[in-house]
Design a protein around this ligand. Structure first.
Ligand SMILES: Nc1ncnc2c1ncn2[C@@H]1O[C@H](COP(=O)(O)OP(=O)(O)OP(=O)(O)O)[C@@H](O)[C@H]1O
Ligand SMILES: [Mg+2]
Length: 348
């Protein structure tokens, strides 16, 4: 069974999409079969993978008769079609045979209100009982088709019903953060919203109509794999003071507010699993510096920031050497992050 990992923070621009793509690629480098699911109607992940420049190529994904994106995948449930949900025909990823993209669709946003009603009424309306389990069903079917080990779910920056559903039907979740005031604030609202979502899922799991739906609501309790702090500015390899101050604030908020509520809600792995891997759950799973010029190159070539060829970097001499040095540092960090995730997920 594929493990579903949600990358969630309702704070926007904290590197959810960038992390999904790069981390997914690293897990795939390590031999894992990965599906990246673009669940943000902005479709940034789809753009990043398929290429922002080749927008005309998207038509094959959106005008095909086959089910090739998330909206068309969910349509049988949301548009009450007399056909079952089928696995999505995913997009292959250039240069990474172990990874596929389940493309996003701007029309996913049109299902948000209906899903919200279905989740509020929690099965009392027969016509809506198949909706709360439909996203998970679509992912499971698609993961089966591609024999995936991991589904990484890129989410929009919102606290809407789709995100509530995606998070509560995942096996694990990671919270990307930026070292700033708003990420520190976002920790507080996560600590307030996650118990509510957990309570909703607990009740939903008990409802017979949802359990016995065509797409049953899955019995999941997502576990926290940690936060990822992005974009601090390195100063002699350590974060500059201002950034470090915000990282400290975030760690404090996570340790004092978020972790206790997650513990209460059984949304943490057993303490010994973190301990065995030398990982303190209130510390970042990964800390990433500013990618600087690598981010533009990564986007230009639809390649991860840590696996660019000399030709893609397009520099020579000492400039090339310095870019490569920084790239290799990022490769090392992502590799360590991916190893830790694999161990945590395998409870090793
Ligand atoms: N470590 C980094 N260094 C430099 N730039 C970065 C880094 N991580 C992300 N970015 C840039 O920051 C911007 C926001 O990143 P991204 O789109 O991944 O965030 P997001 O959380 O998915 O945003 P949204 O909430 O809109 O979905 C992008 O332009 C991305 O290229
Ligand atoms: Mg995004």
């Amino acid at each position: 069974m594929a493990k579903q990992i949600a990358l969630f923070n309702h704070k926007g621009g904290v590197s959810k999409t960038t992390t999904t793509f790069n981390l997914g690629w690293m897990l795939a480098n390590k031999g894992k079969k990965v599906i990246l699911a673009d669940c943000d109607p902005q479709c940034n992940l789809t753009g990043m993978v398929l290429g922002f420049m080749d927008a005309w190529d998207f038509s094959s994904t959106y005008e095909s008769k086959k089910v090739k994106n998330i909206r068309d995948g969910l349509a049988p449930a949301f548009e009450s079609r007399p056909a079952p949900i089928e696995p999505v025909v995913c997009e292959p990823i250039k240069g990474q045979p172990n990874m596929h993209l389940l493309p996003g669709h701007i029309g996913l946003a049109e299902y948000e209100v209906t899903l919200g009603i279905a989740q509020e009424l929690s099965g009392s309306l027969v016509t809506l009982q198949n909706l709360p389990g439909s996203l998970h069903h679509l992912f499971s079917k698609t993961a089966e088709k591609y024999d995936a080990d991991f589904i990484l779910v890129d989410m929009s920056p919102s606290l809407g019903p789709i995100n509530q559903n995606l998070l509560m039907t995942s096996d694990y979740f990671i919270v990307p953060m930026m070292p700033d005031y708003f990420s520190a604030m976002a920790t507080d609202s996560l600590a307030s919203i996650l118990p509510k979502w957990s309570e909703w899922a607990k009740e939903a799991k008990k409802i017979k109509a949802l359990r016995e739906a065509i797409y049953p609501f899955p019995d999941k309790t997502p576990k926290f794999l940690g936060m990822i702090v992005q974009k601090f500015r390195p100063k002699k390899e350590i974060p500059a003071a201002a950034f470090q101050n915000w990282i400290d604030q975030i760690e404090k908020g996570v340790g004092e507010k978020l972790i206790p509520v997650l513990r209460e809600r059984d949304m943490l792995l057993p303490e010994k699993v973190y301990q065995k891997n030398g990982f303190q759950i209130d510390q970042p799973l990964l800390q990433m510096a500013d990618f600087n010029s690598l981010i533009a190159l990564s986007q230009k070539h639809n390649a991860p920031i840590f696996d660019l060829t000399d030709e893609q970097i397009g520099q020579t001499g000492v400039v090339l050497e310095s870019t490569k040095k920084s790239m290799l540092q990022f490769r090392d960090l992502y590799a360590k992050g991916a190893d830790l995730i694999i161990k945590l997920v395998e409870h090793a």
